[in-house]
Design a protein around this ligand. Sequence first.
Ligand code: HEM
Length: 260
Amino acid sequence: MELNYADYLKLDRLLALQEPRSSPEEHDEMLFIVIHQVYELWFKLLLHELEGIQRDFSANQLFHAIAGFKRIRTVMKTLVGQLDILETMTPMSFSGFRERLETASGFQSAQYRELEFILGYKRAELLRSFPAYSPAFHRLERRLKARSVIDHFHDFLALRGVEIPPDIRSREVTLAAVADARVQEGILRLYRSHPEVAILLELMTDFDEGQQEWRYRHVKLTERTIGNKMGTGGSSGVDFLKSTLFKSFFPDLWAIRHRF
Ligand code: HEM
């Protein structure tokens, strides 16, 4: 039989995966499930694209990296925009099924942590949030031990004549990436001398601003939906989320904005 749409996309399986737990069924639980599943699919794509960008950086493929960042920046805008849909769910409606989530929380999204790790925001202790030796644990451990986008970005900068200091080059790969004033000087020079590289650096800044925008919108969504209740994942809730608001993945790009 010829391949058809439903078979190619495995729709029978995909559309059987939404199983509300509320009883009697709370109408909005379907939205809650679908939106989280959609986020996980976009996270999967972001990881895939970031792996491509890493290869582009190390191969000095500027225009491919530009195309990659253009795509993930646009996905990020969609991730932010989608929160509008979830904000059509009232606090009354959410409290109708929140108990059914038990301890489930976005805090346990392994792909979200993988994204943080691939972007250089590594924290080995987060592995403890996942059952030892589960597939999620292994995926995250692999990301922890792999070079991050920042490491590959340094490859790219070096290929473009920026001297990456040896202590930065040989940094323990499982530690979080750090900002560095010497690297910033090199980035600044490229900004001034190579407008085509500046396009890439601006797209990277767009992406980084986008993920911070997502954090802000997620805090406000949480605040309007559960106020100061604790999170289902066990954190203090809104206060914890507020503490993550200004996390940037590319601090070197932010540190030089006043120098132009
Ligand atoms: C009614 C909607 C939502 C509420 C009330 C909510 C609430 C919370 C709370 C309170 C936390 C802190 C951890 C905890 O104690 O549970 C959290 C973390 C998180 N949530 Fe949500 N959330 C909502 C929707 C979403 C959506 C749609 C996503 C998309 C995947 C998401 C992804 C995350 C992630 C990734 C974290 C971890 C953040 C970090 O550690 O920096 N949440 N959420």
